[in-house]
Ligand binder design. Structure first.
Ligand SMILES: Nc1ncnc2c1ncn2[C@@H]1O[C@H](COP(=O)(O)OP(=O)(O)OP(=O)(O)O)[C@@H](O)[C@H]1O
Ligand SMILES: [Mg+2]
Length: 342
């Protein structure tokens, strides 16, 4: 017999990709972003924005919210690119064009500069917002120059560090001077509580969790809304599975450490094909030297009939896997040994 859920009313609301119906405690940032985009409505030139701050502070969520809001009133084009998955200039342009509904006839041979012309034609002077998320992962900042050169294109750049432009080519930096920097600080416990309360009201059955318990989750989250929402979801799922009437403190305590694995899974999911191959090789060997890894990478590409990327990019990808603590290394140069991060 079907039994009604005792804890979860709507699981979707508790997942990371759900765009909340309202964004709380970010009124200042939202207003600035709205002001920067407002000229688009009057067919004037908008101002690009740079959202920066630590993980789980609402940057991605706000960019999606604002694009949806604008599209509800104005016929603007938009594209969202995660630069961790698509770090190269070619891939970014290719994906923007795909998001704008362009059909590629001959994808492989297209030179990057041709893609820029195609993009200009596709946009045809219409207003267009391009969100470049995880912009710390950009391989070639020239893409910013390319995009900012196109009339009526407005960029929303997102990164964890504010120093993104420190080492950038001066020509590109001067283009970026007018970009509006918008800071996202970690949330306070009280702010996280309010975000959680909103979701619990929508996603959980009435009284399934108490205010004290939401505060407990907020305390455990360290100001990161993603961690907070994940703890809430895992604790609620656990309570539901155990047929409990309410979420208990022990469900919350057991859920908290599990969010760490989720973070690794999230990063793994966002890897591109080559990063996945490299990660897979390191994972299947206890330890592997840099040269063996390169060799295995080439043979895997041959097996899968994939064009391998150049050595320099392989090194960059490995540095990234390390920066995200998916892979660890010791030694230097040819003697570097890679293994999975513990
Ligand atoms: N102010 C807010 N109101 C409602 N929900 C929020 C708010 N801030 C964040 N969230 C939710 O918290 C989760 C994490 O937010 P988001 O993905 O935007 O973080 P981020 O700043 O992009 O982090 P990262 O730098 O790790 O990518 C999302 O599910 C989002 O919906
Ligand atoms: Mg984000």
């Amino acid at each position: 017999m079907y039994e009604a859920n005792t804890i979860i009313k709507d699981l979707r609301v508790l997942t990371e990709h759900f765009i909340p119906r309202r964004i709380i405690h970010r009124t200042g940032q939202l207003e600035v972003l709205r002001d920067n985009l407002k000229p688009l409505v009057n067919e004037e030139i908008p101002r690009s924005s740079f959202l920066h701050g630590p993980p789980g502070t609402g940057k991605t969520c706000m960019s999606q919210y604002i694009v949806d809001e604008l599209k509800a009133h104005t016929p603007v084009l938009s594209a969202y690119i995660n630069c961790w998955s698509y770090p190269s200039r070619f891939k970014i342009l290719f994906n923007i064009l795909q998001s704008l509904g362009h059909n590629f006839i001959n994808r492989k041979g297209t030179p990057t500069d041709e893609l820029i012309d195609t993009l200009k034609n596709k946009i045809k002077n219409r207003p267009c917002i391009i969100v470049l998320d995880e912009a710390d992962q950009l391989e070639d900042e020239k893409i910013l120059y390319d995009l900012l050169e196109i009339e009526k294109v407005c960029i929303i750049l997102i990164a964890n560090t504010e120093t993104l432009f420190a080492t950038i080519d001066p020509r590109i930096r001067s283009r970026l001077q007018s970009i509006d920097r918008i800071e996202f600080r970690p949330y306070s416990t009280r702010e996280i509580f309010d975000i959680l309360k909103d979701r619990a009201d929508l996603g959980l059955v009435n009284d399934a969790i108490s205010a004290e318990q939401l505060t407990k989750i907020a305390d455990l989250s360290g100001g990161d809304a993603r961690i907070a929402l994940n703890i809430l979801r895992i604790a609620a799922e656990e309570a539901e599975k155990k047929d409990a009437e309410k979420v208990s403190d022990s469900h919350i305590e057991r859920a908290a450490p599990k969010t760490k694995n989720l973070e690794a899974d999230r990063l793994l999911e966002s890897l591109n094909t080559h990063q996945k191959i490299l990660y897979g090789i390191v994972k299947s060997s206890k330890e592997i030297s840099s040269s063996d890894l390169h060799e295995k990478y080439l043979s895997t590409c041959a097996e899968k009939n994939i064009e391998p990327i150049v050595d320099r990019t392989v090194r960059k990808y490995l540095e990234r896997l390390e920066a995200f603590k998916l892979v660890a290394s010791s030694g230097e140069g040819r003697w570097t040994i890679f293994k999975i991060s513990s």
